[in-house]
Write a protein that binds this ligand. Structure first.
Ligand code: F0G
Length: 454
């Protein structure tokens, strides 16, 4: 049997609660059937996200103790700069408090009314910052990206023909940058290939455009390139990561994922880009040597970046995810395949085919799964979409329940519990009903919105 093996041991633990189903039902009503609004007091396994919920290494925790607290000129920041130079091969680093702060700054600097930003696929916060400035996005995946039951190794690839079409029809002057998201989050944590990134680079060069890499999930994308792309099967993580960042002009990341700490950064080798973006850091984030992060986070981030070089560390979460996806698939549960990164993605469109998309099948599945298991996942479907400028709610291409597998946090027996409960819910899927909003916030509504059963 293909049993994943942990190459780490657990030395600090947190006790979990498994509260009775009656309490879980109350918690759902209190939280408006929105898993973001549950307290971890009521949650058994928190599979909401892999963001800031990863286990830290002994080396990260010990580095945090030597933090050189200084408003300006902290030596901790110098260590982080060195890590960015060594691992990401970029000489300039702008620190920010988390990934979306990088998106805010990039959008502030480059996006205006009439701008169009081609990308393989949107991420919620990236899109919100672009549209807030009057820009639009163009999502340019190949059709295969939307096939749930697939064996395509690189569903995150940018559609090159469509990319050229968009640049030509809107005019390169209206394309401030092209955005490539490593391990495309919202279609199930699906990677792009190095060849695809090279091809996008060539198109960027042809039209004189900047290429921005969202590197939040880059470690896992690099690992899957080594696993799935013939040319790189004997390469190491350090080489693949440098090739990826080397193809981009600007690379930004949420360190809550990339280095398993907190915070984020924007990095580049381009002096003009650096100067243009630099002014926004003290304005929105904090001084240039901490960018809204605590210095302890800065230390943990530096150590965490070096850990991206270690394939045994980066591969743990994707290997566990593959185990969960393959075992649920074997039990007939419709899963996004092949297994990607960040989490296992369950296809709510199929499981809840009796629930219309405007009653949020993925949100309904998330609530039902919490009720019957105490496991909290995240809706990634229509509920996570934003209304367009006319107030119309676009139906999502995919209705997914994401069960995140934070790095080195859960044990295999806990994943087996998830497998058992999800298989049960699948058998009893007719019990799941739809949801409707009772309070719908105007921006990023999925975070704080309240719903009720229809
Ligand atoms: N880009 C990607 C690909 C992400 O997955 C995220 C966050 C961000 C940017 C924003 O970073 O949260 O540090 O501000 N994803 C989290 C998730 C929230 O749950 O998937 P942030």
């Amino acid at each position: 049997e293909n049993i994943p093996l942990e190459l780490h041991k657990v030395r600090i633990v947190q006790k979990l609660n498994l509260v009775p189903v009656e309490r879980r039902m109350e918690a759902l009503y209190e939280g408006g059937f929105n898993t973001f609004k549950l307290s971890t007091r009521d949650v058994f396994l928190d599979m909401l996200t892999d963001s800031g919920t990863n286990a830290m290494s002994d080396n990260q925790v010990s580095a945090m103790l030597r933090a050189d607290d200084a408003y300006a000129g902290s030596q901790s920041f110098e260590r982080l700069q060195k890590a960015v130079e060594d691992v990401l091969d970029k000489k300039y680093l702008l620190p920010v408090h988390q990934g979306r702060a990088a998106e805010n700054i990039l959008s502030e600097a480059y996006v205006q009314k009439g701008s169009i930003i081609p990308m393989n696929y949107h991420f919620t916060t990236a899109m919100a910052h672009i549209t807030l400035r009057g820009g639009q996005i163009a999502e340019l995946l190949y059709d295969e990206a939307y096939v749930i039951n697939s064996d395509h190794p690189f569903k995150g690839n940018m559609n090159l023909e469509k990319l050229e079409e968009v640049i030509q029809s809107y005019g390169p002057e209206n394309v401030p940058f092209i955005r490539m998201e490593a391990s495309t989050n919202l279609i199930g944590g699906q990677p792009f290939s190095m060849q695809n990134l090279r091809d996008v680079r060539a198109i960027a060069d042809k039209y004189g455009l900047l290429l921005v890499l969202d590197a939040s999930l880059m470690g896992e994308n690099a690992y899957l390139i080594i696993q799935r792309e013939e040319e790189f099967k004997n390469s190491d993580m350090a080489t693949v990561v440098k090739l990826m960042t080397g193809l981009s002009d600007i690379c930004y990341f949420s360190a809550r994922k990339l280095s398993c700490s907190r915070g984020g950064g924007i990095c580049t080798n381009n002096t003009d880009v650096y100067k243009k973006l630099q002014v926004f850091v003290p304005l929105y984030e904090g001084f240039l040597t901490y960018g809204g992060m605590s210095i302890r986070e800065v230390e943990a981030m530096a150590v965490g970046l070096y850990e991206v070089w270690d394939e045994t560390i980066v591969s743990q979460s994707p290997i566990f995810i593959k185990y969960l996806v393959d075992s649920l698939d074997a039990k007939g549960v419709p899963m996004v395949k092949p297994a990607g990164v960040l989490g296992a993605h369950v296809d709510a469109m199929q499981i809840c085919s009796h629930i219309p998309q405007n009653q949020y099948p993925a949100g309904a599945l998330a609530a039902a799964f919490f009720l019957i298991s105490g496991v909290r996942g995240m809706e990634r479907g229509t509920l996570s979409n934003q209304r367009d400028e006319n107030g119309v709610e676009p139906l999502a291409n995919m209705e997914l329940l994401r069960l995140a597998v934070p790095r080195r946090v859960f044990t295999l027996s806990q994943l087996k519990y998830v497998e058992d409960r999800m298989a049960w819910l699948y058998q009893n899927r007719h019990l799941i009903g739809g949801l409707r909003f009772i309070e719908e916030p105007p921006v990023l509504r999925f975070f704080m919105g309240k719903l009720e059963p229809t």
